[in-house]
Unconditional design. Sequence first.
Length: 533
Amino acid sequence: MTRRRLTFVAAIMVVAGVACAALAGAAARADRGGGGCPRLPAPTMPGARILSVSVIARPGTTGNFRIPGKPGRPATGGAPATCDVTVVLTHPPFGDRVRIRIWLPTTTWNGRFQAVGGGGFVAGDFKRAFVSAVQRGYAAAATDAGVPTARSEHPTWALRHDRTINTALLDNFAYRSVHDLSRVGEQITTRFYGRPPAYSYFTGCSTGGRQGLVEAQRYPGDFDGILAAAPAISWNRLTFAQLWPQVVMNDAGVYPTACEFAAFNRAAVAACDGDDGVTDGVIGHPETCRFDPGELVGTMVRCHGTMIRISPAVADVVRRIWQGPVTRTGRPLWYGLLPGASFSWLAGTVKPLIGPRRGAPFPLAADWIRYFVQRRPAFDTSTVGYPQYERMFGESVARYDAVIGSDDADLSAFRAAGGKMITWHGLADQAVFPQGTVEYRSRVDAATGGTGTTDQFFRVFLAPGVAHCSGGAGPAPTDPLAALVDWVEHGRAPDTLPAATTDAHGRRIGRDLCRYPLVGYAAPHAADGGSCR
């Protein structure tokens, strides 16, 4: 545990005094409210109060909370005997209402605290990640940052009635909420068990990955270990890069079908699969793949029973999407999709019953532009062209870099606090471009003094063929949190991350991912023996 966190926890214990000792082991004792869970004093934070205490599962049961499965992800079973504490807090005088939930296993606590992040415009996952954490014995916590938790909702909270930005809620979402979560979560955990957690961790992917990096940048003493996967850093640039495929199609007046886009990825895999020395249906080094989309011009693609001939215009659209966003003079603005990453999220198109095919912008990118840049929810992002795109991109950078850029490369305070951080990113990510993670790590190297110094506290792993946070044809990390815990608690810095995938025959194939900037797969799991080089 860091010296800063030890001092903070000591302060909590002084404030809590006799109450903490009296509550030691309370979860396993008689009912004192909440149907078997103890009553707890409110956190010592302005505007904070306990809203509810309830039972998720009782001692001696298998739990009554179950998360439905998704394709490739089985249903998550019930939680162990667990108490659920909900805290609400505000940041006067703004009138916001932030909800924080803490799940506390009553008999299986492993002595650790784990905060979990969110995704998209949702600040915290109150479902699957919670169950996974408490099943492993963690006291788990998440925050809604005062904004809705349904991923299908638009960020209407961004605008006040006069169409000005609700800066309090934006600050919550951008950086403040996880810091509050750390403070509240650790206080409640300490009071519930009568002792502070020995170690504190944060885990998240996408928005959650961005939140993890924000913690290392702004609040370096909050967590001993941070697992920040596929981080949506440089948010105000990334969201515009996510719109780039639509702008390209609008400019060309060409909207390829999903079948045509898929044909280019198949051809790219066929051309570049073996570049990493392993022929496995995955592009190991997509950033150096030299496949030319023009090679498919004139070929036929079957699409729902119809044959489509690849045109030069379609090949040029693919070329520009892979190139990434540029100004009208050709200056790069951010990154684009890598060959092998699905086009379906960012280059989606639809065919109305009446009229020609048209673009279908990625919802997160469209919402960022409508609510935060244009401040007009009715703004039509499906018609944006180059001049307007470049102008809005500049507005997004100028207005929001300091708020939600989340890419400050100075991690010296995190290093000094003794923190450890692991980031992994799929190279077939179809939403958050892995080049942004590589660029960030390179800037941290420059700010810190080189790769060797950065590796002492921050390690990056790239996963060929893996899509956004999970899925894809490549091997994804199987338990990166275990590697982080081993590093934090035992000083064993990971040179590789165990990863696995399932092949077309249903066989599980294990491979170890090499730490960046090394590439390749590590023995003994790689099919060819493998090596990091």
